[in-house]
Ligand binder design. Structure first.
Ligand code: NAI
Ligand code: MG
Length: 326
């Protein structure tokens, strides 16, 4: 069966790392049909719209989407794209690779971030010159859906349950509902959980990341803490992510358009290529996915490497080395 893969490179280094990941997928000779579409600053300049309807529709109907990054229009692009795939969870592995100079080389975490609500639900107001407000939305149904996913996630792999990160001591109603709902779903499934306040988590993960494995958290906490974890493993060029919905999913690097290096051909393609490996696993190509993971790991360990990792190789050199190792 042919799978349709939407490819949305976006802006900046998104236009460099997304084609690199497509090259890797093409090298596997799977029956994929790639359909490319525009989104981001450049298309807004041309048409007035950062996310053209046809791009939204493509993501909403393709089996999976590979997205690069958008610049100033990031929020106008990625938030609706996550809605297009009805994504309720953002899966963000943060793992240190052998041979990479990481602050905490023992880090091996997966964040399961709530992807639809919290402070990103968008209810923000400017009431007066002096006062602005933001309504934080947490629902039992979204917390339940995330928790069900988390239980399945830890069951399918080699994990002993998960940590619930929240701030229910202060945000009693919203994070209280989140904590209680996730805990009770886990209890029903016989999955072990522990609870960590999000500020304490930030310190503890820096000091000793090995205490944690799978981390389930609300939207903003997951956004911030996964970038913090990126710092522990050697930078944003390494972190992949998956926005998973009930019937489709969107895969993207955690990083943005990197305007400081865009156009130079030196962006690290690893985060996007590992995102493509997650796409393969999602579509059931487990062996191919494992092969891509291994090829990326071997390349990170033995080189060539891009300048963010201390090397002097180009995006194309690294991509070719990964394809050679497949
Ligand atoms: P960024 O992730 O683009 O860059 C942060 C730093 O990490 C820069 O020094 C950059 O050179 C480096 N970096 C990131 N990815 C890299 C890679 N693959 N290889 C080598 N170095 C890499 O974040 P920043 O600078 O905060 O944002 C730049 C633009 O990206 C902004 O316009 C922002 O809105 C957008 N953005 C978009 C996102 C998305 O589309 N999902 C996510 C984050 C930011
Ligand atoms: Mg972020």
């Amino acid at each position: 069966m042919t799978h349709e893969i939407a490819v949305i490179p976006g802006d900046g280094i998104g236009r460099e790392v997304t084609p690199a990941a497509v090259d890797v997928l093409e090298a596997l000779e799977i029956d994929f049909e790639f359909v490319e579409a525009d989104a981001g600053d450049a298309v807004r300049e041309e048409t007035g719209e950062a996310l053209p309807q046809e791009t939204y529709d493509l993501a909403a109907s393709a089996d999976a989407t590979l997205f690069g990054a958008a610049g100033d229009t990031a929020a106008d692009v990625i938030l609706p794209l996550r809605t297009a795939v009805d994504s309720f969870v953002n899966v963000r592995p943060a793992k240190a690779y052998p041979g990479i100079d990481a602050v905490r080389p023992e880090t091996d975490l997966v964040f399961l971030r709530e992807n639809t609500e919290g402070v990103y639900a968008g209810h923000e107001d400017r009431l007066t010159q002096d006062v602005s407000t933001l309504t934080r939305v947490v629902t039992e149904s979204a917390s339940e859906r995330l928790a069900e996913f988390a239980c399945e996630y830890v069951d399918g792999d080699d994990h002993d349950g998960f940590s619930i990160v929240h701030k229910a001591n202060v945000m009693r109603e919203t994070d209280g509902l989140f904590r209680d709902t996730v805990t009770s779903v886990a209890d029903e499934h016989g999955v072990e959980t522990d609870q960590v306040l999000m500020d304490a988590f930030a310190t503890r993960v820096c000091l000793d990341p090995e205490q944690f494995d799978v981390v389930v958290c609300p939207n903003l906490a997951g956004d911030v803490l996964s970038d913090l974890a990126a710092g522990l493993v050697g930078g944003l060029g390494l972190l992949p992510s998956a926005n998973v919905g009930p019937d489709r999913a969107l895969f993207e690097p955690v990083h943005g358009t990197a305007p400081d290096i865009a156009g130079q051909g030196i962006a690290n393609p690893a985060a996007t290529i590992v995102s493509a490996a997650m796409l393969l696993e999602y579509l059931g190509y487990d062996e191919e996915s494992a092969a891509v993971h291994e090829a990326v790991e071997a390349t990170l360990e033995n080189g060539p490497r891009t300048p963010d990792l201390g090397g002097d190789a180009s995006t194309a050199d690294v991509t070719a080395a990964i394809i050679d190792r497949l």
